[in-house]
Design a binder for this molecule. Structure first.
Ligand code: LRH
Ligand code: MN
Length: 385
């Protein structure tokens, strides 16, 4: 049990700055009380999640949603709050110039503009001490014939190579894939295979990020995780859950068993070891639920799935698998999944000087009432879409 506790204590989940801002769908973005007005307030809210869970010490930024005059000062503010700046997310999906694509756009001027933004994000990594750039491209086409699918891959590869060459010592980028939306016929980085192929061509500083909401229904995501880990190309996760498309709901909320299966392949593949360098990031939107408790619950969902994955009796599983004992092997797997790990995690938190139940402790803290009273006026943060 000590190893399991040690692994759980070392767990590191990164929360996204944009989860603390207003978000919604094309139909409506519902504003909520106490929402941050700037990246400094977003970091303060993220620090609450770390304060009560103990395992969320970094915050991913999104540029320009988190644009500030002095990024080094923002990083200093984060340190004062007891958190750090995590992945820097580029944004080449909200400018009118990118209607027909960003780095894949037929127009070289637009491609230059997009690539320059990606390079600016590396400058921000230098200023904040972040070692990870996360690249997601909304690029794609809506109608057959609209553009040359092959030529767009050439343009993508050219831009990625420029960014790759700009990366400094200890820096890397994670390429994110997504099946569709906002493009509805062909997306230029639609699946793990396309992302993997580009990353293999570029080199060791390029890895793949698995956003759990970006697959076709029925996709076996844990297979992709096992494969990428084996290849040393699993750079990280954008955790969320969904019932239909890219719903960005709380991770584990829609399918906790899938999250367990994913975390089992992470554990089995050595991905939980800090030196494996797998970034466990949340990428979610709390459209109707309170933001900070939503993040706390999400961190706890990953922690519970991880604890169950660590409880799988690997020896018994391997024995049953080698004997071809199908039901026996499945039973070993399900025993772990059906184990209630909440007492173990409550004990772990108390041993780390934390309250056993982060949700109750945060609710009792009065922090929400404080920010709801203080944060009046100004522009609430959002996607700026
Ligand atoms: C795209 C995505 C990407 C982010 C955005 C907030 O759907 O998953 O990771 O840039 O959400
Ligand atoms: Mn994502």
């Amino acid at each position: 049990m000590t190893d399991i506790k040690a692994a759980l204590r070392a767990q590191h989940i990164e929360t996204p700055s944009w989860a603390y801002g207003n978000s919604g769908t094309r139909f409506k973005v519902f504003a909520q009380k106490g929402v941050p007005r700037d990246p400094y307030e977003k970091l303060a809210d993220a620090a609450q999640v770390h304060a009560y869970t103990g395992i969320a010490p970094t915050v991913a930024l999104h540029i320009p949603w988190d644009k500030v005059d002095d990024y080094a000062d923002l990083a200093r503010h984060a340190r004062e709050l007891g958190v750090g700046i995590g992945a820097i997310n580029s944004n080449v999906f909200q400018d009118d110039d990118y209607m027909l694509g960003s780095v894949t756009n037929p127009d070289a001027r637009v491609r230059r503009k997009a690539t320059d933004h990606l390079l600016e994000c590396v400058d921000i990594m230098d200023a904040t001490g972040s070692d990870t750039l996360k690249l997601w491209f909304s690029d794609g086409i809506n109608y057959p014939g609209q553009d040359d699918i092959r030529a767009r891959q050439d343009r993508l590869a050219e831009s990625l190579a420029q960014v790759y060459d700009r990366l400094g010592e200890g820096q890397r980028f994670l390429l994110e894939y997504k099946l569709f939306e906002p493009a509805f016929y062909a997306t230029d980085v639609p699946d793990w295979g396309t992302a993997y192929a580009h990353c293999v061509k570029l080199g060791p500083k390029a890895q793949v990020v698995v956003d759990t909401g970006h697959h076709a229904p029925g996709t076996n995501i844990e297979f992709i995780v096992a494969f990428l880990l084996r290849e040393g190309k699993l750079g990280g996760f954008d955790f969320n859950s969904r019932f239909y498309a890219d719903d960005d709901l709380m991770v584990g909320a829609a399918d906790p068993f899938q999250l367990f299966r994913i975390m089992f392949e992470v554990v089995r593949g050595g991905g939980l070891d800090p030196e494996a360098g797998v970034a466990f990031m949340l990428d979610q939107c709390h459209n109707i639920e309170p933001k900070i408790p939503g993040q706390i619950r999400s961190v706890m969902n990953v922690q519970e799935a991880t604890a169950k994955a660590l409880l799988v009796d690997r020896e018994a599983l391997a024995a049953a698998q080698s004997e071809g004992d199908v039901l026996g092997a499945n039973a070993v797997f399900m025993d772990a999944y059906n184990t209630d790990v909440r007492p173990l995690l409550a004990e772990l938190r108390e041993e780390s000087g934390l309250a056993p139940d982060p949700m109750t402790a945060y609710a009792k803290s009065g922090y929400f009432e404080k920010i709801a009273a203080e944060r009046v006026g100004g522009n609430q943060a959002g996607w700026g879409a």
